[in-house]
Design a protein. Structure first.
Length: 257
């Protein structure tokens, strides 16, 4: 009996240590993801898209379309990053640390070179892009007309029911956000984070970060878009990225987070 009890105790201790490490890994990944997403997305193109569209259309529809695009992009980025874990962790850890340092230095340089009203140019660019999409949508409506008379009223009713669930505004918000986010700094950051951190923590933290930024853009609209200092956010972002790169000097690649 004594031998049996002595064998059980170490297993219990190991499992507790493993659980603590897993929890710490998730929390660290969550905090890292949410912080880098916020500093990357505030004043970014996707932020302006949500802000301007929310001023023109139903806010919930815009928020739903933008969040679906950002959530899907976050999950894809995490999968890309997690796929690199087949490579030994020591390599991915130091490569990702180097990338964080490069991102940080670039953001600091960009921020210091920016003028205080830097965001206005991107804001105008997004406005022009949305106006173009609106014109295309109006042309499509005119070409299609109120409905095909030969097909009968049943088709028109079914089309209306379909459009009730997936409106053109929802599709526009989803498409514009997804295309703007593809290859963006926040997508690359999510991939890099998923390669070195707990993927679940990165996925949840990244999604929450996007929710906060997009929600702020939808609620605040143009006022926030005009008052936000892209220069300040970029400089803070550079400092955050460098801080994560610097912290890697004090954490072992095999520590679990």
């Amino acid at each position: 009996l004594q031998k049996g009890s002595s064998l059980v105790a170490p297993v219990h201790v190991i499992s507790e240590e493993s659980a603590d490490k897993t929890n710490l890994g998730f929390i660290h990944a969550f905090v890292a993801a949410i912080s880098v997403i916020i500093v990357s997305e505030l004043g970014d193109k996707t932020f302006f898209i949500a802000a301007i569209m929310a001023m023109r259309y139903n806010r919930l529809t815009v928020l739903a379309g933008a969040m679906l695009a950002l959530g899907l992009m976050t999950c894809l980025s995490v999968l890309f990053g997690y796929a690199t874990t087949v490579i030994p962790r020591v390599y991915t850890y130091y490569v990702s640390t180097a990338l964080f340092a490069i991102f940080g230095i670039r953001m600091l340089r960009e921020g210091l070179k920016m003028s205080p009203d830097e965001g206005q140019e991107e804001l105008e660019e997004v406005q022009a892009e949305i106006k173009k999409k609106d014109e295309e949508l109006q042309r499509t409506k005119l070409l299609n007309g109120p409905g095909d008379v030969e097909s009968g009223p049943g088709t028109t009713v079914s089309q209306k029911k379909w459009l009730h669930f997936i409106s053109p505004i929802f599709v526009q918000a989803f498409t514009l956000t997804f295309l703007a986010e593809w290859g963006d700094r926040s997508q690359l950051t999510t991939i890099v984070l998923a390669a070195r951190e707990d993927p679940y923590g990165v996925a949840v933290g990244g999604t929450v970060g996007h929710c906060l930024c997009t929600g702020l853009a939808v609620i605040g609209g143009r006022m926030i878009a005009q008052k936000i200092s892209v220069r300040t956010v970029t400089i803070i972002g550079g400092i955050v990225f460098l801080a994560f790169a610097f912290s890697a000097l004090f954490i072992s690649p095999d520590s679990g987070f």
